[in-house]
Design a protein around this ligand. Sequence first.
Ligand code: ACO
Length: 329
Amino acid sequence: MAKVRAAITAVHGHLPEYVLTNQELEQMVDTSDEWISTRTGIKERRILKGEGLASSDMGAEAVKGLLEKRGIDPAEVDMVLCATATPDMKFPATANLISHKAGIKNAFSYDMNAACSGFLYALVTAAYHVESGRYKKVVLVGSDKMSSIVDYTDRQTCVLFGDAACAVLLEPTLEETGVMDHKFGAEGSGWVHLHMKAGGSLKPPSYETIDAGEHFIYQEGQQVFKFAVTKMAEMSLDVMSNNNLSADDVQWVVPHQANMRIIEATGRRMNISPEKVMVTIHKYGNTTNATIPLCLWDYEDKLNKGDNIILTAFGGGFTWGAIWLKWAY
Ligand code: ACO
């Protein structure tokens, strides 16, 4: 009997309207369009403006658009998984709020957090639910309001991040498409290089933590950079060799969009030509859990059924991994 696989059958993103350009950042911190462009590849990023708007609002817009696109009634959705590093609240899960705002009533929902690798970890988790045969329509949304944890006086981090959400629908298929294989890893000692110091159970919020600016992203960029380049390429090559895929067999690589230099180095190490590597970093920056699905959304009309796609990410934790996906439509 053919194996039940989990196929991505739709993708839809949501981008906040406000465009924060490098030129505007030049007015805010000691930086330049030239530095940001050459060191990161980013030209602009979106920022969610407006009182009372959070990751769930962007996530719900992405999910509503996704269901409309496929003509699916929200009542048909079985499960909603949200990958986020910036949940609306510590609890309840942002996925619960997204379900509520998108009118999804018959699903169970929860969040996953693996920083920038979260979407890939959650994609495999969602796929296992579909492969079990029990769940027919699973929505996975990556949503991050990174502007809520960025210090706009810190030039080292404020130029990097943007806000966005993007959702995919997973459905069972008996065809040889969908999530085919993956390889993941994590190294908890890496936490020192990339974290948010306060706001958790280690250091609950206090006047002192706020005065010390400890509710923002803390990143030692160069340490993270070195790990990211090594791990994204290593995992991708492992997944390819485990499945006898050569560079020629791969139509697309979708790297997490953290830095153009990391994206290019990953492609080079994989021996994949640049035109097969998806890039959106110039217009959206690093949107954490939304970068990979946003690439799929941006390139959707260039994808063909059966395309071999390698998704790869690296993030805080440290966490990393790669997935071999066969495009289903
Ligand atoms: N504008 C101008 N100068 C700057 C800026 C800026 N925005 N930011 C830093 N600089 C300066 C530094 O102060 C430093 O100056 P100095 O030499 O006088 O001390 C100089 O530029 C070089 O700084 P580096 O940190 O060495 O620059 P680098 O080339 O490493 O680039 C960057 C920094 C962009 C952060 C890079 O290290 C990077 O992309 N790291 C990886 C990020 C990443 O992948 N994160 C993982 C995902 S995030 C997540 O999981 C939430």
